[in-house]
Design a protein around this ligand. Sequence first.
Ligand code: URA
Length: 290
Amino acid sequence: MPSPDPTRILRQHLQTDALLGAATVPTPTPITKTKPAASATADTAGSRAPSHPASPRQPAQRPAPTNFSLTPPTTREAAPPLPPAHPADIKLIDGLSNTDKLERLKQLATEFEQDPKVQALRPPNTNLVFGEGDPDAKLMFIGEGPGEQEDRTGRPFVGPAGELLNKMITAMGLSRESVYIANVVKYRPPSNRTPTPEEAAVQGAYLARQVAIIRPTAMVALGGAATKYALSTTTGITRLRGQWAQFVHTDPALPIMPTFHPAYLLRSYTPDNRKKVWADLQAVLAKLDA
Ligand code: URA
């Protein structure tokens, strides 16, 4: 087993202090301009950030940018239960080079866009956000679905939640380019609503095929919707986060760590939540180093 790189560990500690405040908690700094609804929890709060222009980066010692509009959606429906688990019939693909993987992912995106089942469910005037990153990544991050900025740019996690995800990746001693980032659904659901079970099942099958091509060592499920699809469960994220689980849609299944969605973290940027997310990410780093 290769021993962990001490320089990387030191860098991670320093970045974690600056980013998540994990080594300096409790940090009383409030980051929200508007208070989240008292009833919003990690399981019920929307995981995609509200629509508004990207904010400039803030100094690293701040716990989070203060100019995010964190008003939670008021009409968010409770996530409906997912359909029963379907058999893990998507075999992991062996022996692909980086170039092969890139080519297969491109073909898969084209297939997705030509799939009548996908197109029948496509919300009007939406753009494809298929995923991006290293096709040979050891680590994949799985989100719920594109928000407004992702829809506009065709790239996953480029809004406020994406900025926090970038910081989380940096704090892990990794770069955004070295991981792969994708969502369960690849078209923005209307009004940022949670994807329906049917949308998740139809579009999520393509996520599973992305996973089968990339074959990451580990994945991180960001938030409740991604976790429900990945684990084929109806259990909420609050109960599942922090424990290794299995992405059940490939054969064999692959390890996945459920954690809070960065958009939820922005809404509830408490020392406790930050510590939990950081602990989850450290478990992921340990898996990658093993
Ligand atoms: N939230 C997600 O789940 N995915 C994105 O790409 C952006 C925000």
